[in-house]
Design a protein around this ligand. Sequence first.
Ligand code: ADP
Length: 565
Amino acid sequence: MTGKIAEKIPKSRAYLFLLAVLGIVMSVVTVAAVKAFGYLTDNMAKMGGDIWRLSLMTMGLFALQCILEYGYYAVQKKFTAHGVKSLTDAAAKRVALAEMMWINGAKGGDITGRVQSELPECAALLSETLPDAVLQLGRIILFAAVIFAVDIRLALIFIGTIVFVIAVQTVASKPMQSCFKNSQARRAEANSLAGEIIGQRETVKVYNAHSVVLGWYSRLLKPWFDATVRAELTSSPLRTLGWVMGVAPTFILCISGAYMVQNGLIDFAAFMSVYFLADTITNDCMHFVDIFIRYRRGKAAAERFFEILEAPLENQNKGSAKNDKAAAVVFENVTFSYDQGDVLKNLSFEIKKGEKVAFVGPSGCGKSTVLALVQGLYPCRAGRVTVEGRNTADTGCDELRENMALTPQSPFLFSDTLKNNVTLWKDGGDIKDIYEKSDVSSFLPDLESGENTLLGEGGVSLSGGQKQRVAVARTLYKKAGIVLLDEATSALDALSDKKIFETVSALPDATVIAVTHRLSNLESFDRIYVMDGGKIAEQGNHRELMDRKGLYFDLFHGREEGQTA
Ligand code: ADP
């Protein structure tokens, strides 16, 4: 897992190398300082004037150790911050390019929750837990080598005990990982709901749904609480065991050393030098428990976080040029389903370049799904969709959508200025004319700073109709060859609605595909597809369809009587 994390963090190998060098130097300095201190205390009485020189040198070694430890800690923290930034970038990029089906299934709140909570633990697994484990292990090996130089039997006893302790901790800490993962998943669920409650605050307030929603939230908090307690309880025995495990190598070393001294197998001075080292090692062994717990927690977080980094991507192929002579959009025997049940059934039609076409029909008959397939958001189950001569299944998503613009029914506005929401930070073109055509000009003078007014989160300071006008302006500003309108003017008054439809219908070269319930706007459209149950039930222009007195006719009159959905 740490290898996978390292691949996602640039310069991670350089950071790890630096930490390894600092760790080695630190360990050598620690051994030297401990040895010097041992020598000093053993020979204090017989040293005379040299005692000051040796004392200064020992103090210098301890001071150097402090400086190195500070450096090691600082590099670790910088590495963690760099890792968090790199992984956040990687996650944002992956989610932006991820397949729509995956995003629909993953839930926005869960994705942001994982990035906020699990990402720092995931980064620390590489930048802190791994170097700490290597450092502790390195120090133990170094100390073992020093003990080895004193007495090979004591070194073997010491190494054997350490291997046993690490093996026990590896096995004992394993169940913790799934407990931590479970706790993290429950926390993400609860946080996701909290996000929804805040996002849907108006609905919650107007329906006085606080107590119901909070009850729901409490029911999600309980499994989170239970899973967290279980995770902590699973790690508790290891913490308790950790103390015993930390002391065990030193204890066994001392007992063995004492036995060997008693039986004349080793002299007392040699035993004392080993004892000094063993005492220092106890700390390192105790640290291992903490490292194991951090490792299990970090691995669980990394597994969940990597589900984001490994999300299936949309088609990223490059180099499929559009064919200007081909039809704008062709559906050939397209069958499509989201998860269960076919939404589109063997659908075929062709929209030529520059045509103005509409899809109408009862709610849920598949109109917006047609637009989604034109954008290449989902793959067909059967048949194929061709846009400007390219099969959407084989075309890179950027190139496919380069010449496309969409106004959705509920447009999303960024917390930025009105102008940036229209241009999407791309300058160029006559924006004043766009404000006029999209009817943004009707409320622009009322805004405090005109086009530079900040719109607040999600455009909270604008009405639904104003938001739709900004979204229409965004669509017109792009000057795309294919314009998709999905109930784009549903929140507008009849006059603005008519004005915008007239503007869009008059776009000289653009192919316009509109989904709408406002059938009176469609008189000038080249063709109207009337959908029912995922199929085309009727097609023709407004006049032809009215004369036929079929479904379109019913929908038209139903709308006038206020009966359509
Ligand atoms: P329309 O635009 O005609 O109202 P849609 O194309 O939005 O209809 O939806 C067609 C059907 O597909 C509906 O039954 C709807 O519930 C379903 N549907 C739409 N979007 C999704 C989705 N993201 N996941 C699963 N089912 C969906």
